[in-house]
Design a protein around this ligand. Structure first.
Ligand code: UFG
Length: 338
């Protein structure tokens, strides 16, 4: 019988790509999303992509009664928890909202899971838990810290998970620490919602390439990196989605949890990303050098060897693929919005 997975935040950027990967891998999937940061037509797009009807519950992870109804109404075997706020800048302005949504949301979900006797969970964490000064490449046993309320919320969530597992060995949890997810499904049907002015580099570059924003500010060119600009481990969202399937498979197979990095192990600078995007889109990308952004690390890239050993995970796509699919999505999503 097919295993059924609940995806909280399953209509969002990483959730929707993981949905496709899970359906392709033969899972039955139920999406729970409040659509606060996802377009209402994502379920229809997922149906077009997979050829299968989507099961969607419009609800909030803070709504405990709604969670209970989902577990009663569908025989759920495991949960992947994406639903969370994710903007560093916004978290500084709204720390309470971040703690409530990210931390209370997780507690609510784990209590509902416990009551429903579903104790298999994959959790979206972030390389932000390593803070800005980790030794490179970053291994999972590096010291943990945080520099803003968003990072703090993810760290607290990891600790809650650790303590819960220690209290009850029936839990098996995969904690996935994402590096910098970018790119989109090659169909152009799903991607990162381009509404508003983005904080993150790749969606900003996409808008500059499309002429929607005039110029990119490169935050600092005096870092101790080969060209002076910040280096990050960009990972294709399609690879990241596969990592979730592999995490779930490992939980089912081994019955024990894991904490792993999901990255490629290779860092690219801001200038390298701009040059690659210009090539992939065949557009000019005007940029200017601006001051460093507060709290930014000079360099951040994963040691991906544990994910390979434990999950069999290995990223397949390179930076050009990430830029190309981002550009396809930029063009199709702009057309749809017109
Ligand atoms: N950058 C620019 N100009 C911009 C935006 C970003 O030069 O307009 C630079 C940054 O200084 C950095 C690089 O591009 O060197 C990447 O910045 P992003 O904002 O895209 O990504 P971050 O690495 O800062 O942040 C990401 C996630 C966070 C997560 C963090 C650490 O967005 O959620 O990684 O894991 F917390």
């Amino acid at each position: 019988m097919k295993h059924r997975v609940l995806l909280t935040g399953g209509a969002g950027y990483i959730g929707s790509h993981t949905y496709v990967a899970l359906v392709d891998a033969g899972y039955d999937v139920v999406i729970l999303d409040n659509f606060s940061n996802a377009a209402e037509d994502v379920p229809k797009r997922l149906k077009d992509l997979t050829g299968q009807d989507t099961t969607v519950v419009k609800a909030d992870v803070l709504d405990r009664a709604a969670l209970d109804r989902v577990f009663k109404g569908h025989k759920i075997d495991a949960v992947i928890h994406f639903a969370a706020y994710k903007s560093v800048a916004e978290s500084v302005r709204k720390p309470l909202a971040y703690m409530q949504n990210n931390v209370v949301g997780l507690i609510n979900l784990m209590q509902a899971m416990d009551d429903a006797e579903v104790r298999r969970l994959v959790f979206s964490s972030s390389a932000t838990v390593y803070g800005a000064h980790a030794e490179l490449p970053i291994r999972e046993d590096a010291a943990l810290s945080y520099a803003n309320p968003y990072g703090h919320s993810k760290l607290i969530c990891e600790q809650i998970i650790e303590e819960t597992i220690a209290s009850d060995p029936r839990w098996s949890v995969g904690v996935l620490r994402y590096f910098n997810p970018v790119g989109a499904h090659p169909s152009g049907l799903i991607g990162e919602d381009p509404a508003g002015v983005p904080d993150n580099l790749m969606p900003y570059v996409a808008k500059v390439a499309a002429g929607e924003l005039p110029v990119l500010s490169v935050f600092g060119d005096d870092y101790p990196t080969p060209d002076g600009t910040g280096v990050r481990d960009y990972i294709h969202v399609f690879d990241l989605a596969q990592g979730h399937v592999q995490s779930l498979n490992a939980l089912e197979r081994d019955g024990t949890g894991h904490i792993v990095n999901l990255g490629t192990g290779r860092g690219y600078s801001v200038l390298e990303l701009i040059a690659t995007y210009a090539r992939a889109s065949n557009r000019d990308i005007p940029y200017k050098i601006a001051p460093r952004r507060e709290g930014d690390a000079a360099s951040s890239y994963a040691d991906p060897s544990l994910a390979k050993a434990v999950l069999g995970f290995e990223a397949q796509y390179d930076l050009f693929d990430m830029c190309r699919t981002s550009w396809v999505w930029m063009q199709t999503s702009t057309q749809t919005a017109d």
